[in-house]
Design a protein around this ligand. Structure first.
Ligand code: SF4
Length: 264
């Protein structure tokens, strides 16, 4: 995933997954000292939630001696998540879909601004199969084609990697406790708007009575993803967004669409 000399930016939220990822990459990469490691934190602007996690990230980065850069939705997109929730036209525009579009773009901007070659995120196996269900049951088959967890090299030259994608969430919690990593346990106040919470509960229940079923699902998702990606009818030509110029699948990217809806 990481080659000689590549500079790695890690998206760090202050949760167990991203703080553990940062620690592990530090341990691995410091052995040869051929790769720069930088932490990037995105401040969504969620009152009473994000402040605590940002402090945890600051403390952790100081402890393991990693430079930290913080970027906010307010600076990048003109609005915090709390303000976006107030200004959205209806609940149909869910908190996590707005936040997800903004975060992906914010991470890209952040990684470029620190001259990183790679963005590493701490998505785990549970996240992966939940995302599959979200894409499947919303009918977004194209997105399943992009789920195969190999490093993705984007047209802008940034490589995206998910080093934890084969790990159960519980394994990462265990690692974080064993390593005495202080992480934020409180959940985002907007998370229950997302159907992701339902899939999390569904898979956790299934895993209790059928141990290993999440891993079976993970393998099936990856096989399906490969088939869809390789099918010719799903090869879409990306275009530049008419508003901001970033590459996207339609005429206007999801970030510009969201900002437009919030402004009007
Ligand atoms: Fe954003 Fe949703 Fe995550 Fe909250 S739960 S930080 S709104 S993506």
């Amino acid at each position: 995933m990481i080659e000689y000399g590549e500079s790695v930016a890690v998206g760090v939220s202050g949760g167990k997954d991203s703080l553990s990822l940062l620690s592990i990459l530090k341990k691995i990469l410091k052995k040869n000292n051929h790769n720069d490691l930088i932490a990037i934190t995105i401040d969504e602007g969620i009152d009473g939630y994000r402040d605590e996690s940002i402090q945890l990230v600051k403390d952790h980065c100081k402890k393991i001696d990693i430079p930290l850069n913080i970027f906010s939705y307010r600076d990048l997109f003109g609005s915090t998540m709390d303000e976006s929730i107030l200004h959205r036209p209806s609940k149909k525009l869910s908190s996590c879909s707005m936040c997800g579009s903004f975060r992906r773009r914010a991470l890209d901007i952040a990684a470029k601004s620190v001259n990183a070659d790679i963005i590493a995120t701490a998505h785990n196996l549970d996240d992966h199969i939940q995302t599959f269900m979200i894409n499947l049951l919303s009918g977004d088959i194209d997105r399943i084609g992009w789920m195969f967890p190999a490093p993705l090299l984007y047209d802008d030259g940034l490589k995206k990697i998910k080093p934890f994608v084969e790990l159960y969430e519980t394994e990462i919690v265990f690692y974080a406790f064993q390593s005495e990593i202080e992480f934020q346990a409180e959940q985002c106040p907007y998370m229950n708007e997302s159907i992701r919470s339902d899939y999390r509960a569904f898979f956790n229940e299934l895993e209790k009575s059928h141990p290993g079923i999440k891993y079976n699902c993970f393998n099936a998702v990856n096989k399906l993803s490969k088939i869809i990606k390789n099918s010719k009818q799903n090869i879409k030509i990306k275009k530049n967004c008419l508003k901001c110029g970033n590459l996207c699948n339609g005429e206007v990217c999801s970030v510009c669409k969201t900002i437009f809806l919030l402004e009007t």
